[in-house]
Design a binder for this molecule. Structure first.
Ligand SMILES: [Fe+2]
Ligand SMILES: [Fe+2]
Length: 425
């Protein structure tokens, strides 16, 4: 969002957003796909495989968001918000119908029923994607039972900011650009332009709701922070292509790094517009180097994902010096230095199968370095794989200690303090 768009958002009312919905109406059944079949067949094999992957995520996603929005309507604190959400639910149904038609009439997969076509998407959905959308399903259940403002704020964060704003919009942006430039699938391009316009309205609504809730309540702010922390491990892994084959995006003229950088810029702009910039969030929510550009951060994040250090768990995460450096720098940025109270604190890691590293927290500043530190407050002996699985939440760190897979050397008091400095996710 540009600065102009941002100030526009602040003045826009829920009635305006409703009005834009009335004016922007379109029909998924009126879209003419007759030319698109030729365009589809002219794509290369990898382009078709990639499109199946990306559009399976879209189609499944549109169906899920259509189904899970109802409790938002009943939990909305004002009638104006409830009315807008009801229009949004109709939009999501229309998007789902649009993709169903595209799958059936252009790609030629699926069946007559929505359910049959939807089942064809399931094998395409990766670990990160399933994690985010399972959470969206559970969120709808939670919101049904708990209509409080903090729960509503969490639900809007997950639905409007993460799913629509961070996952769908960057995907749409790149793929839409490609087909608009090629002009070989006119029905699809026209439909996607309508979908994007609707999504912008939905995201605008989410930004407005959160800016109000966060301004009025610390409790809502804390709830939003908690949700962001919870979903991050999965949401960063959604764009992981099948078999880490970079051709999946590059055949359409963009890299994985491009899509991440684009997403990250949107995240920064939106949370700023909400009045809760990511730099003001507690350490560890977005553990990125504040001095780095979105492009630099994306390169680093994708290296960590590809190494198996973040994202989908792997048996043997990479422990090359570069990966270890990126990992420990990220951990160092996640340290809550206030818990140290101004003193100095050193944590040492000794791995059975990788180089040792340590982190020094000194008077509010934190650094990560390779090798052994002279007098660590606490030393953790473990293997690289066990440590990664404990920090990514696959295995419980306390159980790992009981089973001696992680062996802390130092006092119980230091171990307890470490849980304050690095709060478990
Ligand atoms: Fe949608
Ligand atoms: Fe939407």
């Amino acid at each position: 969002m540009s600065a102009a768009a941002q100030s526009l958002m602040q003045n826009v009312t829920y009635e305006d957003l409703y009005h834009r919905w009335e004016q922007g109406g379109w029909s998924a059944y009126d879209i003419d796909f007759s030319e698109d079949r030729k365009g589809w067949e002219a794509l290369s094999d990898i382009q078709r495989r990639s499109a199946m992957w990306i559009y399976s995520m879209f189609f499944y996603g549109e169906d899920r968001v259509a189904d899970t929005l109802a409790p938002y309507i009943t939990a909305a604190p004002t009638e104006e918000q409830a009315y807008f959400l009801a229009t949004q639910q109709a939009d999501e149904v229309r998007h789902s119908v649009f993709f169903h038609r595209f799958f059936k009439d252009v790609i030629g997969v699926g069946g007559e029923s929505l359910q049959a076509t939807l089942s064809s998407t399931l094998p395409q959905l990766n670990w990160g994607y399933r994690g985010v959308f399972d959470r969206l399903d559970r969120m709808a259940e939670e919101l049904r039972k708990d209509r409080s403002k903090p729960k509503y704020a969490q639900a809007i964060t997950l639905y409007h900011l993460i799913v629509e704003g961070t996952l769908a919009q960057p995907g749409q942006h790149f793929i839409e650009d490609f087909f608009a430039a090629e002009d070989t699938m006119p029905g699809f391009s026209g439909g996607m332009a309508n979908v994007s316009r609707d999504e912008q309205r939905h995201i605008g609504f989410g930004v407005k709701v959160l800016s109000e809730l966060i301004a009025e309540s610390e409790e809502c702010k804390a709830a939003v922070t908690e949700l962001l922390r919870e979903v991050m491990p999965h949401s960063i892994a959604v764009f992981t292509p099948p078999g880490w084959d970079r051709e999946y995006t590059e055949c359409y003229g963009f890299t994985l790094e491009d899509i991440y950088a684009f997403g990250l810029k949107l995240i920064r702009q939106r949370w700023k517009a909400i009045g809760y910039p990511i730099e003001e969030m507690p350490p560890g929510v977005f553990p990125f180097d504040p001095a780095a550009s979105a492009e630099e951060i994306s390169v680093r994040q994708i290296k960590l994902l590809e190494a198996g250090v973040t994202g989908e768990p792997v048996d043997r995460p990479d422990s090359s010096p570069e990966v270890q450096r990126l990992y420990f720098e990220m951990i160092a940025r996640a340290a809550d230095t206030e818990a140290v109270n101004g003193g100095q604190l050193t944590y040492q890691w000794r791995f059975s199968d990788a180089d040792p590293w340590h982190i020094v927290i000194d008077n509010g500043s934190t650094r990560a370095e390779p090798g052994e530190a002279p007098n660590p407050n606490l030393t953790l002996e473990t293997s690289w794989g066990d440590w990664i699985s404990a920090t990514t939440g696959q295995s419980n760190p306390l159980k790992m200690m009981l089973r001696r897979r992680i062996r802390p050397r130092g006092s119980i008091r230091e171990l307890a303090r470490m849980r304050k400095v690095f709060p478990p996710r």
